[in-house]
Design a binder for this molecule. Structure first.
Ligand SMILES: [Zn+2]
Length: 228
């Protein structure tokens, strides 16, 4: 097979962005090639190796997303990184754990923030900012505040939710609900765009269910383990 099929309906998958900013506010950036995902228009894949129409079957180009959220949690998802469920369409080829696609646009975003009510999160943040920082090691980016997340939601016209820092240990409990959300994001996309209230409700409920289980992953309140 040398040609990837053109798909009429979008696929959906999970991926990560870095949160950057420009003159117009917060912007999603691909973590691998440092290219920006524009707001309100589809991102189109490009190829540094010169493929005419990415993703090419024999190349690594294209917009990546995984079928399962737990693939992305191996190294943890911390403040400054944005996790999201994205639509993929145009030419799509299978990649390790997911797909590489020609076009993409995020459908819902989850941004880990430091929760200052949670002393374990605060302690981890202090650890990053003081003990871990040394020459040659990129500092932990500033966690996005509420205003930044609201600006991100407005700019891209998608829901953005603050979540706790996600660690590898969270993968099992959240993967099932993440898959439900991904499936609903794809199946109901056309209906939601046509204003189908039921489809929107199903999508919102899938997001709420995932947020509930993420919230339960917060460590119990207690003395900060590092500062104690
Ligand atoms: Zn290529």
């Amino acid at each position: 097979m040398t040609e990837a099929p053109d798909l009429a309906a979008p696929l959906t998958g999970w991926r990560l962005w870095l949160l950057d900013s420009d003159d117009e506010g917060p912007v999603l950036t691909s973590p691998v090639v440092a290219s920006r995902w524009p707001a309100r228009v589809a991102t189109t894949a490009s190829c540094r190796a010169g493929c005419e129409r990415p993703p090419a079957w024999g190349c690594g180009c294209g917009l990546y997303a995984t079928t399962h959220l737990d693939c992305l949690l191996a190294t943890g998802v911390t403040a400054g990184v944005v996790l999201g469920c994205t639509a993929l369409w145009g030419r799509v080829v299978e990649a390790t754990e997911g797909w590489r696609a020609e076009r993409g646009y995020p459908l819902v975003l989850f941004a880990p923030t430091v929760d200052h009510r949670n002393r374990s999160d605060v302690a981890q943040d202090v650890l990053w900012r003081t003990l871990v920082r040394r020459p040659g090691v990129a500092p932990q980016p500033d966690p996005p505040d509420d205003a930044t997340l609201r600006a991100l939601a407005r700019r891209y016209a998608v829901p953005v939710h603050a979540v706790p820092t996600l660690r590898r240990a969270h993968a099992g409990p959240i993967d099932r609900l993440a898959t439900v959300l991904r499936d609903e994001a794809a199946q109901g996309l056309a209906a939601r765009r046509l204003g189908d209230g039921h489809a929107r409700l199903r999508f919102d409920r899938a997001v709420e269910d995932l947020l509930d289980v993420l919230d339960r992953q917060r460590p119990p309140e207690g003395p900060p383990p590092i500062l104690a």
